[in-house]
Design a protein around this ligand. Structure first.
Ligand SMILES: Nc1ncnc2c1ncn2[C@@H]1O[C@H](COP(=O)(O)OP(=O)(O)OP(=O)(O)O)[C@@H](O)[C@H]1O
Ligand SMILES: N[C@@H](Cc1ccc(O)cc1)C(=O)O
Length: 531
């Protein structure tokens, strides 16, 4: 029996019992991984191959979920159904947290993992110091070393947590690497002799990311121009050291990914590497390549094959195993702009930067037009279930936002765990107008980032007129305005409607003796703390 594909559960922790995948390579050192990966027997239906590690065609899965835009060779489909592969995605530490757009890369790695392959998360400790010009109209600011280190820690934890397989699931453990480990100690002369020698300036200049910036007034620095070589070498290095054979990234990374396969061909040489690592013009799995860097896709490949063949670290044999690049479409907002961190209003994955309640609420507000697509891309729900949600949406009697609720629950559970989801659900219920759920201070703190907050000394809260408090914190322009709102039934304290214009706040109104939530109408909420 082929391995069952692991769908239907949002968080890997919940996977126990679902998997028949094993991981015989788990106890192997990193350098043995490649050998182990090539020892895998092809999977055969109903044969003794049941004892071999189980792998599946990851391209078919990714395509069905809308997560495959381009692939450098269609052979990846066949090879991924026969051999265990290591697939990597890189993340530069340009912020303390990853964001919703980055979740796509994590999902793609997670699907590789669920198909029996090893996900490799690469932290760009070195590349983050250089700055990727892809998709950027201006030079990136230079971040301090301390900030980069802090950011690395922040995103590393998220990657490790989200890619952690449940104990006993049999899914491969993730590998988390940092490119500062190989670039940190590399001198300029080594870089120029060992890497730069194999790069072609013409090809580098032709990259969309470089070309666009060269046309701009400020141009491009030599530093950012070099970025593609660093990312390219990452692939070469990880292939040699760990047997990584696939690089994935958003469609904006196509140029950098090709820089990797190109450099690999030149540095490692051999006709097989040349054949397998180059992009194939017919390989695009999706005719809509709008997100890809068009000129990069058309960049000449296979020219100067094997130039400088052979590598200084004696890994020529690696050329026999083809390597691949794969991109997924960018996650776009309703206005067509990319979910990112530089574009403002980032939907952070780190709970310290965006609490589970706000994260949940953001997904809950997904437009009807996007929700099915997001269910496919951002959750592990079986596609049949997504299809039935889609059908239900068109049927009479559909309760509005059912699909959005499911999306928000699945993604929040995956990112923030069951506890985070429960916190988000509790705050959501408690804040529904007229809700009977009692608020607690933690739920209130969870929404604090959403509602503005203010502080007042205890003696200006306890025993004070509500109208005075609301005017003092600026919720209404005057006490008279507050009184009018109370009369109209628009004022709530901790979600309970206030009917008395002369209502006084008491100690009982202070949740956990430190917080009170005041609402004037549906949208104007304020969390008032005891100073
Ligand atoms: N909206 C998005 N949809 C899909 N993938 C994305 C999105 N944003 C970023 N990625 C992918 O996440 C990986 C890491 O991206 P990175 O953190 O550098 O980008 P970013 O957050 O968009 O940065 P910036 O906003 O500073 O450009 C890349 O593979 C990139 O393509
Ligand atoms: N260039 C990628 C991050 C990355 C870094 C190093 C790599 O080897 C791969 C990817 C980005 O900015 O999104």
């Amino acid at each position: 029996m082929p391995a069952r594909l692991l769908v239907g559960v949002a968080r890997p922790h919940a996977l126990e019992g679902l998997s028949s995948l094993r991981q015989p390579w788990r106890s192997l050192g990193a350098s043995s991984l490649r050998a182990a990966a090539t020892d895998v027997e092809p999977l055969q239906q109903g044969s003794a191959a049941a004892t071999a590690p189980q792998v599946q065609d990851v391209c078919a899965v990714l395509r069905s979920r809308g997560l495959l835009q381009d692939v450098t060779s269609p052979d990846l489909a066949t090879i991924s159904s026969q051999e265990q592969l290591l697939a990597y995605c890189g993340f530069d530490p340009t912020a303390e947290s990853l964001h919703l757009g980055n979740l796509l890369g994590i999902m793609v790695l997670a699907w590789f993992q669920r198909c029996g392959h090893t996900p490799v998360a690469l932290l760009g400790g070195a590349t983050g110091r250089v700055g990727d010009p892809s998709g950027k109209s201006a030079e990136r600011p230079v971040l301090s070393e301390e900030l980069i280190e802090r950011n690395v820690k922040g995103i590393e934890l998220t990657l490790r947590t989200l890619l952690q397989p449940p104990p006993g699931s049999g899914l491969p453990e993730p590998l988390v690497l940092n490119n500062l480990d190989w670039f940190g100690g590399m001198g300029l002369l080594t870089f120029l002799r060992e890497i730069g020698k194999y790069a072609r300036v013409g090809t580098m200049l032709a990259k969309e990311s470089v070309r666009k910036r060269m046309e701009s007034e400020s141009g491009i620095s030599y530093t950012e121009f070099t970025y593609q070589l660093l990312q390219g070498y990452d692939f070469v290095h990880m292939r040699r050291q760990y047997g990584v054979r696939v690089q994935v990234g958003g469609s904006d990374q196509w140029g950098n990914i090709l820089a990797g396969t190109d450099l690999m061909r030149r540095m490692m040489g051999g006709p097989e590497a040349a054949d397998a690592c180059g992009p194939s013009s017919s390989s695009s799995s999706n005719s809509d390549t709008s997100g890809s860097e068009a000129s990069d896709a058309a960049a000449p490949t296979g020219t100067q094959q094997g130039a400088g063949a052979g590598s200084s670290d004696g890994s020529e044999g690696a050329a026999a195993d083809p390597c691949f690049g794969l991109t997924f479409p960018l996650l776009l907002k309703a206005d067509g702009s990319k979910f990112g961190k530089s574009e403002g209003g980032a939907v952070w994955l780190n709970a310290d930067m965006l609490g589970p309640y706000q994260f949940y609420q953001f997904l809950f507000k997904t437009a009807d037009a996007d929700v099915i697509k997001f269910l496919r891309m951002l959750t592990f729900l079986p596609l049949e279930e997504v299809a039935s949600i889609e059908t239900a949406m068109q049927a009479p009697g559909y309760a509005a936002n059912t699909a959005q609720r499911r999306l928000a629950e699945e993604v929040t559970r995956f990112v923030h765990g069951e506890q985070g989801l429960q916190q988000a659900l509790k705050a959501t219920q408690a804040l529904a107008p007229g809700a009977v759920t009692k608020l607690d201070a933690d739920s209130l703190e969870a929404i604090a980032g959403d509602a503005p907050s203010a502080s007042l000394p205890r003696d200006r809260l306890v025993g004070a007129l509500l109208a005075d408090v609301m005017a003092a914190v600026g919720m209404q322009p005057s006490k008279a305005a507050v009184r009018r709102m109370i009369k109209g039934g628009g004022v709530r304290v901790n979600n309970e409607r206030i009917e008395d214009e002369l209502h006084m706040l008491s100690e009982e109104d202070l949740i956990d003796s430190r917080l009170v939530l005041i609402a004037a109408g549906k949208k104007n909420k304020m969390l008032v703390r005891v100073a």
